[in-house]
Ligand binder design. Structure first.
Ligand code: SF4
Length: 490
Protein backbone atom coordinates (compact mmCIF):
# COMPACT_ATOMS: atom_id res chain seq x y z
CA UNK A 1 0.00 0.00 0.00
CA UNK A 2 2.91 2.33 -0.31
CA UNK A 3 4.10 4.73 -2.93
CA UNK A 4 2.58 5.78 -6.21
CA UNK A 5 1.30 4.22 -9.38
CA UNK A 6 4.84 3.45 -10.52
CA UNK A 7 5.53 1.24 -7.56
CA UNK A 8 6.03 -2.04 -9.32
CA UNK A 9 5.61 -5.54 -8.03
CA UNK A 10 5.69 -4.87 -4.30
CA UNK A 11 2.99 -2.26 -4.50
CA UNK A 12 -0.39 -3.07 -3.05
CA UNK A 13 -2.00 -0.51 -5.28
CA UNK A 14 -4.01 -1.10 -8.38
CA UNK A 15 -2.33 0.04 -11.55
CA UNK A 16 -3.66 2.45 -14.14
CA UNK A 17 -3.19 1.12 -17.63
CA UNK A 18 -2.69 4.17 -19.77
CA UNK A 19 -2.36 7.86 -20.43
CA UNK A 20 -3.16 9.59 -23.73
CA UNK A 21 -2.20 12.84 -25.45
CA UNK A 22 -3.14 14.54 -28.73
CA UNK A 23 -1.90 17.84 -30.14
CA UNK A 24 -2.57 19.98 -33.20
CA UNK A 25 -0.26 22.99 -33.57
CA UNK A 26 0.30 25.66 -36.20
CA UNK A 27 3.90 26.71 -35.92
CA UNK A 28 5.99 23.65 -35.04
CA UNK A 29 6.22 19.90 -34.89
CA UNK A 30 3.89 18.47 -32.27
CA UNK A 31 6.14 15.57 -31.23
CA UNK A 32 8.24 17.41 -28.61
CA UNK A 33 5.32 18.90 -26.63
CA UNK A 34 3.59 15.51 -26.89
CA UNK A 35 6.73 13.89 -25.47
CA UNK A 36 6.76 16.32 -22.52
CA UNK A 37 3.05 15.77 -21.94
CA UNK A 38 3.69 12.02 -21.84
CA UNK A 39 6.39 12.66 -19.26
CA UNK A 40 3.76 14.36 -17.11
CA UNK A 41 1.55 11.26 -17.48
CA UNK A 42 4.28 8.76 -16.68
CA UNK A 43 2.44 7.67 -13.51
CA UNK A 44 -0.34 6.27 -15.76
CA UNK A 45 1.90 3.75 -17.51
CA UNK A 46 5.53 2.71 -17.39
CA UNK A 47 5.86 -0.27 -19.73
CA UNK A 48 5.94 1.51 -23.06
CA UNK A 49 5.57 4.91 -24.64
CA UNK A 50 4.81 5.99 -28.18
CA UNK A 51 4.04 8.91 -30.46
CA UNK A 52 2.51 8.97 -33.94
CA UNK A 53 2.85 12.24 -35.87
CA UNK A 54 1.49 13.34 -39.23
CA UNK A 55 3.08 15.97 -41.51
CA UNK A 56 0.16 16.37 -43.92
CA UNK A 57 1.54 13.73 -46.27
CA UNK A 58 2.46 10.74 -44.17
CA UNK A 59 2.46 9.30 -40.69
CA UNK A 60 5.61 8.88 -38.61
CA UNK A 61 5.72 6.60 -35.60
CA UNK A 62 8.02 5.69 -32.76
CA UNK A 63 7.20 3.38 -29.87
CA UNK A 64 9.64 2.10 -27.29
CA UNK A 65 9.64 0.01 -24.17
CA UNK A 66 10.07 1.41 -20.72
CA UNK A 67 9.72 4.91 -19.33
CA UNK A 68 9.20 7.88 -21.64
CA UNK A 69 12.80 8.98 -21.09
CA UNK A 70 14.06 5.54 -22.15
CA UNK A 71 11.68 5.02 -25.05
CA UNK A 72 12.78 8.10 -27.01
CA UNK A 73 16.07 9.79 -27.77
CA UNK A 74 16.50 13.15 -29.48
CA UNK A 75 16.79 11.61 -32.95
CA UNK A 76 13.54 9.70 -32.43
CA UNK A 77 11.70 12.93 -31.63
CA UNK A 78 13.37 14.81 -34.52
CA UNK A 79 12.14 12.16 -36.96
CA UNK A 80 8.51 12.59 -35.91
CA UNK A 81 7.64 15.33 -38.39
CA UNK A 82 4.33 17.10 -38.44
CA UNK A 83 2.21 19.57 -36.51
CA UNK A 84 -0.28 16.86 -35.50
CA UNK A 85 0.56 14.07 -33.07
CA UNK A 86 -0.92 11.66 -30.58
CA UNK A 87 0.93 9.89 -27.78
CA UNK A 88 0.46 7.13 -25.27
CA UNK A 89 1.99 5.64 -22.14
CA UNK A 90 0.98 2.10 -21.32
CA UNK A 91 0.98 -0.40 -18.52
CA UNK A 92 -0.33 -3.67 -19.91
CA UNK A 93 -2.22 -6.03 -17.66
CA UNK A 94 -2.33 -9.11 -19.84
CA UNK A 95 -0.42 -10.70 -22.67
CA UNK A 96 3.21 -10.28 -23.53
CA UNK A 97 5.07 -7.11 -22.76
CA UNK A 98 6.55 -6.16 -26.08
CA UNK A 99 6.41 -3.59 -28.83
CA UNK A 100 3.50 -5.24 -30.64
CA UNK A 101 1.27 -4.20 -27.74
CA UNK A 102 2.64 -0.69 -27.42
CA UNK A 103 0.50 2.24 -28.50
CA UNK A 104 -0.49 4.43 -30.25
CA UNK A 105 -1.93 1.80 -32.54
CA UNK A 106 -1.53 2.89 -36.14
CA UNK A 107 -2.84 1.57 -39.42
CA UNK A 108 -2.95 2.69 -43.05
CA UNK A 109 -6.07 1.78 -44.97
CA UNK A 110 -8.04 2.81 -48.04
CA UNK A 111 -9.38 5.83 -46.18
CA UNK A 112 -6.01 7.19 -45.08
CA UNK A 113 -3.81 6.80 -42.01
CA UNK A 114 -5.23 6.24 -38.56
CA UNK A 115 -3.58 6.43 -35.14
CA UNK A 116 -5.30 5.66 -31.88
CA UNK A 117 -4.41 5.93 -28.18
CA UNK A 118 -6.76 4.39 -25.65
CA UNK A 119 -7.16 4.67 -21.89
CA UNK A 120 -9.83 2.36 -20.53
CA UNK A 121 -11.17 -1.04 -21.44
CA UNK A 122 -14.01 -2.24 -23.65
CA UNK A 123 -16.22 -4.99 -22.26
CA UNK A 124 -17.58 -6.09 -25.66
CA UNK A 125 -14.28 -6.24 -27.56
CA UNK A 126 -14.57 -9.99 -28.22
CA UNK A 127 -17.94 -9.63 -29.96
CA UNK A 128 -16.67 -6.75 -32.06
CA UNK A 129 -13.46 -8.55 -32.95
CA UNK A 130 -15.40 -11.62 -34.09
CA UNK A 131 -17.72 -9.45 -36.15
CA UNK A 132 -14.90 -7.50 -37.78
CA UNK A 133 -12.83 -10.63 -38.38
CA UNK A 134 -15.82 -12.22 -40.08
CA UNK A 135 -15.92 -9.31 -42.51
CA UNK A 136 -12.24 -9.64 -43.36
CA UNK A 137 -10.37 -7.53 -40.83
CA UNK A 138 -7.04 -9.08 -39.80
CA UNK A 139 -5.84 -8.34 -36.27
CA UNK A 140 -2.22 -8.11 -35.18
CA UNK A 141 -2.79 -7.91 -31.42
CA UNK A 142 -5.32 -9.12 -28.90
CA UNK A 143 -5.95 -5.63 -27.54
CA UNK A 144 -9.26 -3.78 -27.60
CA UNK A 145 -7.60 -0.67 -29.03
CA UNK A 146 -7.09 -2.40 -32.36
CA UNK A 147 -10.77 -3.35 -32.34
CA UNK A 148 -11.74 0.32 -32.04
CA UNK A 149 -9.27 1.26 -34.78
CA UNK A 150 -10.62 -1.33 -37.21
CA UNK A 151 -14.21 -0.40 -36.52
CA UNK A 152 -13.42 3.25 -37.06
CA UNK A 153 -11.44 2.55 -40.26
CA UNK A 154 -14.40 0.57 -41.55
CA UNK A 155 -16.77 3.45 -40.84
CA UNK A 156 -14.43 6.01 -42.38
CA UNK A 157 -14.82 4.32 -45.75
CA UNK A 158 -18.30 5.74 -46.15
CA UNK A 159 -18.71 8.47 -43.54
CA UNK A 160 -16.98 11.66 -42.49
CA UNK A 161 -14.84 11.64 -39.38
CA UNK A 162 -17.46 12.71 -36.84
CA UNK A 163 -20.14 10.40 -38.25
CA UNK A 164 -17.65 7.53 -38.32
CA UNK A 165 -16.75 8.13 -34.65
CA UNK A 166 -20.44 8.29 -33.73
CA UNK A 167 -21.10 4.97 -35.46
CA UNK A 168 -18.19 3.36 -33.64
CA UNK A 169 -19.42 4.77 -30.32
CA UNK A 170 -22.75 3.10 -30.99
CA UNK A 171 -21.00 -0.28 -31.19
CA UNK A 172 -18.31 -0.16 -28.51
CA UNK A 173 -19.26 -0.61 -24.86
CA UNK A 174 -17.04 0.12 -21.92
CA UNK A 175 -14.56 2.66 -20.72
CA UNK A 176 -12.60 4.75 -23.17
CA UNK A 177 -10.83 8.03 -23.35
CA UNK A 178 -9.25 8.20 -26.78
CA UNK A 179 -6.98 10.42 -28.77
CA UNK A 180 -7.31 9.66 -32.47
CA UNK A 181 -5.45 10.96 -35.50
CA UNK A 182 -6.99 10.52 -38.94
CA UNK A 183 -4.38 11.76 -41.41
CA UNK A 184 -3.42 15.07 -39.78
CA UNK A 185 -6.70 15.65 -37.91
CA UNK A 186 -6.53 15.01 -34.16
CA UNK A 187 -9.56 14.40 -31.99
CA UNK A 188 -10.37 13.35 -28.44
CA UNK A 189 -13.31 11.12 -27.52
CA UNK A 190 -14.62 10.27 -24.06
CA UNK A 191 -17.01 7.42 -23.46
CA UNK A 192 -20.64 8.31 -22.70
CA UNK A 193 -20.16 7.62 -18.97
CA UNK A 194 -16.91 9.59 -18.74
CA UNK A 195 -15.22 6.81 -16.81
CA UNK A 196 -11.64 7.97 -17.47
CA UNK A 197 -10.61 11.61 -17.49
CA UNK A 198 -9.86 13.60 -20.66
CA UNK A 199 -9.20 17.31 -20.83
CA UNK A 200 -8.81 19.93 -23.54
CA UNK A 201 -6.17 22.62 -23.30
CA UNK A 202 -4.62 25.36 -25.38
CA UNK A 203 -1.03 26.35 -25.99
CA UNK A 204 0.19 29.46 -27.79
CA UNK A 205 0.03 27.86 -31.22
CA UNK A 206 -2.65 25.24 -30.92
CA UNK A 207 -4.75 22.83 -28.89
CA UNK A 208 -3.93 19.79 -26.82
CA UNK A 209 -5.99 16.92 -25.41
CA UNK A 210 -4.63 14.85 -22.53
CA UNK A 211 -5.67 12.41 -19.83
CA UNK A 212 -4.91 14.93 -17.11
CA UNK A 213 -4.60 18.68 -16.82
CA UNK A 214 -1.10 18.33 -15.31
CA UNK A 215 0.10 17.34 -18.79
CA UNK A 216 -1.25 20.60 -20.21
CA UNK A 217 0.36 22.58 -17.37
CA UNK A 218 3.67 20.88 -18.09
CA UNK A 219 3.81 22.19 -21.66
CA UNK A 220 2.89 25.73 -20.63
CA UNK A 221 -0.73 25.47 -21.71
CA UNK A 222 -4.04 26.47 -20.19
CA UNK A 223 -6.92 24.14 -19.54
CA UNK A 224 -9.98 24.97 -21.65
CA UNK A 225 -12.33 22.36 -20.16
CA UNK A 226 -12.92 18.67 -19.66
CA UNK A 227 -14.01 16.69 -22.68
CA UNK A 228 -17.61 15.85 -21.82
CA UNK A 229 -18.83 12.28 -21.49
CA UNK A 230 -20.05 11.15 -24.92
CA UNK A 231 -18.33 14.03 -26.69
CA UNK A 232 -15.81 14.20 -29.51
CA UNK A 233 -13.56 17.26 -29.76
CA UNK A 234 -12.00 17.68 -33.21
CA UNK A 235 -8.94 19.94 -33.34
CA UNK A 236 -8.55 22.13 -36.42
CA UNK A 237 -5.55 20.89 -38.34
CA UNK A 238 -4.02 24.39 -38.49
CA UNK A 239 -4.05 24.69 -34.70
CA UNK A 240 -6.46 27.62 -34.67
CA UNK A 241 -9.49 26.09 -32.96
CA UNK A 242 -11.63 23.05 -32.34
CA UNK A 243 -15.17 21.85 -32.85
CA UNK A 244 -17.20 20.02 -30.20
CA UNK A 245 -19.71 17.28 -31.02
CA UNK A 246 -21.94 15.77 -28.34
CA UNK A 247 -22.45 12.38 -29.97
CA UNK A 248 -24.03 10.34 -27.19
CA UNK A 249 -26.01 11.48 -24.14
CA UNK A 250 -26.57 9.49 -20.97
CA UNK A 251 -28.58 10.39 -17.87
CA UNK A 252 -25.73 9.56 -15.53
CA UNK A 253 -21.95 9.50 -15.67
CA UNK A 254 -19.66 6.87 -14.17
CA UNK A 255 -16.47 8.65 -13.21
CA UNK A 256 -13.92 6.35 -11.61
CA UNK A 257 -13.59 7.38 -7.96
CA UNK A 258 -10.13 5.82 -7.85
CA UNK A 259 -8.80 8.50 -10.19
CA UNK A 260 -9.36 10.96 -7.35
CA UNK A 261 -8.27 8.63 -4.58
CA UNK A 262 -5.07 7.34 -6.12
CA UNK A 263 -4.38 7.29 -9.86
CA UNK A 264 -4.39 10.87 -10.96
CA UNK A 265 -1.72 13.37 -10.06
CA UNK A 266 -2.69 15.55 -7.10
CA UNK A 267 -2.02 18.65 -9.20
CA UNK A 268 -4.53 17.61 -11.86
CA UNK A 269 -8.05 19.01 -12.06
CA UNK A 270 -10.55 16.36 -13.12
CA UNK A 271 -14.14 17.27 -13.93
CA UNK A 272 -13.66 20.60 -12.12
CA UNK A 273 -12.15 19.15 -8.94
CA UNK A 274 -8.49 19.59 -7.93
CA UNK A 275 -7.36 16.10 -7.00
CA UNK A 276 -5.17 17.33 -4.12
CA UNK A 277 -8.13 19.12 -2.53
CA UNK A 278 -10.32 16.05 -2.95
CA UNK A 279 -7.69 13.98 -1.13
CA UNK A 280 -7.45 16.55 1.68
CA UNK A 281 -11.26 16.47 1.95
CA UNK A 282 -11.19 12.69 2.03
CA UNK A 283 -8.72 12.93 4.90
CA UNK A 284 -11.01 15.35 6.73
CA UNK A 285 -13.96 13.00 6.20
CA UNK A 286 -11.81 10.15 7.43
CA UNK A 287 -11.34 11.95 10.73
CA UNK A 288 -15.03 12.81 11.04
CA UNK A 289 -16.20 9.29 10.18
CA UNK A 290 -13.49 7.10 11.70
CA UNK A 291 -11.17 9.32 13.78
CA UNK A 292 -9.23 7.70 16.60
CA UNK A 293 -7.29 9.54 19.29
CA UNK A 294 -3.56 8.94 18.94
CA UNK A 295 -0.31 10.83 19.49
CA UNK A 296 0.83 11.04 15.92
CA UNK A 297 -0.65 10.77 12.42
CA UNK A 298 1.76 9.31 9.86
CA UNK A 299 1.13 9.20 6.11
CA UNK A 300 2.28 6.33 3.94
CA UNK A 301 4.44 8.20 1.43
CA UNK A 302 3.61 9.51 -1.05
CA UNK A 303 0.02 8.51 -1.64
CA UNK A 304 -1.23 8.97 1.92
CA UNK A 305 0.19 12.44 2.48
CA UNK A 306 -2.72 14.65 1.38
CA UNK A 307 -5.18 12.38 3.23
CA UNK A 308 -3.11 12.53 6.42
CA UNK A 309 -2.77 16.30 6.38
CA UNK A 310 -6.54 16.70 5.93
CA UNK A 311 -7.16 14.16 8.69
CA UNK A 312 -4.78 15.89 11.11
CA UNK A 313 -6.23 19.34 10.32
CA UNK A 314 -9.77 18.15 11.01
CA UNK A 315 -8.62 16.43 14.21
CA UNK A 316 -6.91 19.58 15.41
CA UNK A 317 -10.00 21.68 14.66
CA UNK A 318 -11.97 19.24 16.80
CA UNK A 319 -9.60 19.82 19.74
CA UNK A 320 -7.48 16.71 19.39
CA UNK A 321 -3.77 17.32 20.07
CA UNK A 322 -2.70 14.72 17.52
CA UNK A 323 0.51 15.64 15.69
CA UNK A 324 1.01 15.24 11.90
CA UNK A 325 4.52 13.93 11.26
CA UNK A 326 6.52 12.07 8.68
CA UNK A 327 7.14 8.69 10.27
CA UNK A 328 8.00 6.65 7.20
CA UNK A 329 10.75 7.53 4.75
CA UNK A 330 10.61 6.27 1.20
CA UNK A 331 13.60 5.15 -0.82
CA UNK A 332 12.87 6.86 -4.13
CA UNK A 333 15.39 4.78 -6.03
CA UNK A 334 13.75 1.41 -5.68
CA UNK A 335 13.06 0.38 -9.27
CA UNK A 336 10.16 -1.49 -10.70
CA UNK A 337 11.86 -4.84 -10.25
CA UNK A 338 14.42 -6.17 -7.87
CA UNK A 339 15.71 -9.59 -6.96
CA UNK A 340 13.59 -11.37 -4.36
CA UNK A 341 14.70 -15.00 -4.52
CA UNK A 342 13.01 -16.26 -1.38
CA UNK A 343 9.67 -15.85 0.31
CA UNK A 344 11.46 -14.34 3.28
CA UNK A 345 13.09 -11.77 1.02
CA UNK A 346 9.71 -10.91 -0.47
CA UNK A 347 8.24 -10.49 2.97
CA UNK A 348 11.05 -8.17 3.93
CA UNK A 349 10.88 -6.25 0.65
CA UNK A 350 8.98 -3.39 2.22
CA UNK A 351 12.20 -2.54 4.09
CA UNK A 352 13.84 -1.78 0.77
CA UNK A 353 11.28 0.87 0.20
CA UNK A 354 10.20 2.28 3.53
CA UNK A 355 12.04 2.94 6.76
CA UNK A 356 10.44 4.30 9.92
CA UNK A 357 11.70 7.45 11.61
CA UNK A 358 12.13 5.99 15.05
CA UNK A 359 11.95 9.27 16.96
CA UNK A 360 8.51 9.97 15.45
CA UNK A 361 6.89 6.71 16.47
CA UNK A 362 8.82 5.37 19.46
CA UNK A 363 6.65 5.29 22.57
CA UNK A 364 3.74 6.84 20.65
CA UNK A 365 0.31 5.69 19.63
CA UNK A 366 0.38 6.00 15.83
CA UNK A 367 -2.33 6.32 13.19
CA UNK A 368 -1.08 5.31 9.72
CA UNK A 369 -3.05 6.90 6.87
CA UNK A 370 -3.20 5.62 3.31
CA UNK A 371 -5.57 5.83 0.37
CA UNK A 372 -6.46 2.19 -0.19
CA UNK A 373 -5.80 -1.45 0.59
CA UNK A 374 -6.18 -3.86 -2.31
CA UNK A 375 -4.44 -7.17 -1.68
CA UNK A 376 -3.21 -6.21 1.78
CA UNK A 377 0.19 -7.68 1.07
CA UNK A 378 2.21 -4.81 2.45
CA UNK A 379 -0.18 -3.61 5.15
CA UNK A 380 0.90 -6.10 7.78
CA UNK A 381 4.55 -5.40 7.02
CA UNK A 382 3.96 -1.69 7.49
CA UNK A 383 2.23 -2.25 10.80
CA UNK A 384 5.12 -4.50 11.91
CA UNK A 385 7.62 -1.88 10.80
CA UNK A 386 6.04 0.83 12.91
CA UNK A 387 5.54 -1.46 15.89
CA UNK A 388 9.16 -2.67 15.69
CA UNK A 389 10.23 0.97 15.78
CA UNK A 390 8.59 1.30 19.20
CA UNK A 391 4.98 2.40 18.58
CA UNK A 392 2.71 1.50 21.48
CA UNK A 393 -0.43 1.31 19.32
CA UNK A 394 -0.85 1.18 15.55
CA UNK A 395 -4.17 2.23 14.02
CA UNK A 396 -4.77 2.22 10.26
CA UNK A 397 -7.17 4.57 8.49
CA UNK A 398 -7.93 4.23 4.79
CA UNK A 399 -9.34 7.04 2.65
CA UNK A 400 -11.41 4.75 0.40
CA UNK A 401 -13.99 2.03 0.94
CA UNK A 402 -13.17 -1.68 1.07
CA UNK A 403 -12.26 -2.97 -2.39
CA UNK A 404 -14.31 -6.13 -2.80
CA UNK A 405 -14.60 -6.73 -6.53
CA UNK A 406 -12.40 -6.47 -9.63
CA UNK A 407 -12.25 -3.63 -12.13
CA UNK A 408 -13.03 -4.30 -15.79
CA UNK A 409 -12.40 -0.79 -17.06
CA UNK A 410 -8.69 -0.42 -17.48
CA UNK A 411 -7.40 -0.80 -13.95
CA UNK A 412 -5.16 -3.68 -12.99
CA UNK A 413 -6.58 -4.34 -9.57
CA UNK A 414 -6.83 -8.02 -8.64
CA UNK A 415 -9.17 -10.96 -8.85
CA UNK A 416 -11.78 -11.42 -6.13
CA UNK A 417 -9.63 -14.15 -4.57
CA UNK A 418 -6.72 -11.73 -4.24
CA UNK A 419 -8.70 -8.89 -2.69
CA UNK A 420 -8.27 -8.96 1.06
CA UNK A 421 -11.65 -7.28 1.63
CA UNK A 422 -13.60 -9.59 -0.69
CA UNK A 423 -14.63 -11.89 2.13
CA UNK A 424 -13.47 -10.21 5.34
CA UNK A 425 -14.79 -7.49 7.60
CA UNK A 426 -12.63 -4.53 8.58
CA UNK A 427 -12.11 -6.08 12.03
CA UNK A 428 -10.98 -9.35 10.48
CA UNK A 429 -8.55 -7.48 8.24
CA UNK A 430 -7.28 -5.48 11.23
CA UNK A 431 -6.54 -8.77 13.01
CA UNK A 432 -4.86 -10.17 9.92
CA UNK A 433 -2.53 -7.20 9.45
CA UNK A 434 -1.91 -6.84 13.19
CA UNK A 435 -3.40 -3.36 13.61
CA UNK A 436 -5.05 -2.23 16.83
CA UNK A 437 -7.87 -0.87 14.70
CA UNK A 438 -8.66 -0.40 11.01
CA UNK A 439 -11.35 1.74 9.42
CA UNK A 440 -12.25 2.62 5.86
CA UNK A 441 -14.09 5.63 4.50
CA UNK A 442 -17.66 4.83 3.43
CA UNK A 443 -18.54 5.29 -0.23
CA UNK A 444 -21.04 8.05 0.57
CA UNK A 445 -18.29 10.09 2.22
CA UNK A 446 -16.00 9.53 -0.79
CA UNK A 447 -18.54 10.76 -3.30
CA UNK A 448 -19.37 13.73 -1.05
CA UNK A 449 -15.69 14.69 -0.91
CA UNK A 450 -15.47 14.44 -4.70
CA UNK A 451 -18.55 16.63 -4.94
CA UNK A 452 -20.59 14.26 -7.10
CA UNK A 453 -23.58 12.07 -6.48
CA UNK A 454 -23.15 8.31 -6.15
CA UNK A 455 -25.29 7.93 -9.28
CA UNK A 456 -22.62 9.76 -11.28
CA UNK A 457 -19.69 7.69 -10.06
CA UNK A 458 -18.44 4.20 -10.83
CA UNK A 459 -17.97 2.22 -7.65
CA UNK A 460 -18.06 -1.26 -9.14
CA UNK A 461 -14.96 -2.41 -7.27
CA UNK A 462 -16.66 -1.47 -3.99
CA UNK A 463 -20.23 -2.60 -4.60
CA UNK A 464 -19.77 -5.36 -7.20
CA UNK A 465 -22.40 -3.63 -9.38
CA UNK A 466 -21.00 -1.94 -12.47
CA UNK A 467 -22.07 0.95 -14.72
CA UNK A 468 -21.38 -1.11 -17.85
CA UNK A 469 -22.83 -4.49 -18.80
CA UNK A 470 -20.00 -6.90 -17.87
CA UNK A 471 -20.46 -10.62 -18.53
CA UNK A 472 -21.38 -12.42 -15.32
CA UNK A 473 -21.58 -9.27 -13.18
CA UNK A 474 -24.42 -7.13 -11.86
CA UNK A 475 -25.08 -3.62 -13.14
CA UNK A 476 -26.19 -0.66 -11.06
CA UNK A 477 -28.06 1.14 -13.86
CA UNK A 478 -29.41 0.66 -17.36
CA UNK A 479 -26.12 -0.29 -18.97
CA UNK A 480 -27.34 -0.30 -22.60
CA UNK A 481 -24.88 -2.80 -24.02
CA UNK A 482 -25.22 -2.52 -27.80
CA UNK A 483 -26.08 -5.52 -29.90
CA UNK A 484 -23.29 -6.06 -32.39
CA UNK A 485 -24.96 -6.67 -35.70
CA UNK A 486 -22.94 -8.26 -38.49
CA UNK A 487 -20.98 -5.82 -40.62
CA UNK A 488 -21.78 -5.68 -44.30
CA UNK A 489 -18.84 -3.88 -45.82
CA UNK A 490 -15.32 -4.23 -47.13
S1 SF4 B 1 -14.48 -0.52 -10.86
FE1 SF4 B 1 -13.35 0.80 -9.38
S2 SF4 B 1 -11.32 1.15 -10.27
FE2 SF4 B 1 -12.67 0.35 -11.90
S3 SF4 B 1 -13.49 2.18 -12.92
FE3 SF4 B 1 -14.96 1.61 -11.36
S4 SF4 B 1 -14.35 2.79 -9.53
FE4 SF4 B 1 -12.64 2.81 -10.96
Amino acid sequence: MSGGPADGPMSDHPTEKCGVVGASLSARDAALPTYYALYALQHRGQESAGIVAHDGFQQHQHVGMGLVGDAFDEADIDALHGSAAIGHVRYPTAGSVDKSCAQPFSVSFKGGALGLSHNGNLVNADELRADLAASGHAFTSDGDTEVIAHDLARNLLDADLVDAVERTMERIHGSYSLTIMHDDTVLGVRDPRGNRPLVLGTVEDGYVIASESAAIDTIGGDVVRDVRPGEAIVLDDDGTGFSAHQLVDRDTTAHCFFEYVYFARPDSVIDDELVYEVRRNLGRQLWHETGVESDVVVPVPDSGRAFASGYADAATEDGSDVEFAEGLMKNRYVGRTFIMPTQEARERAVRLKLNPIKSTVEGQSVTIIDDSIVRGTTSSQLVDLVRDAGATEVHVRIGAPQIQAPCYFGIDMATREELIAADRTADEIAAEIGADSLSYLPLSAVTAAIGKSEADMCAGCVTGAYPYDVDGEATDRDAERPTVTPSSDD
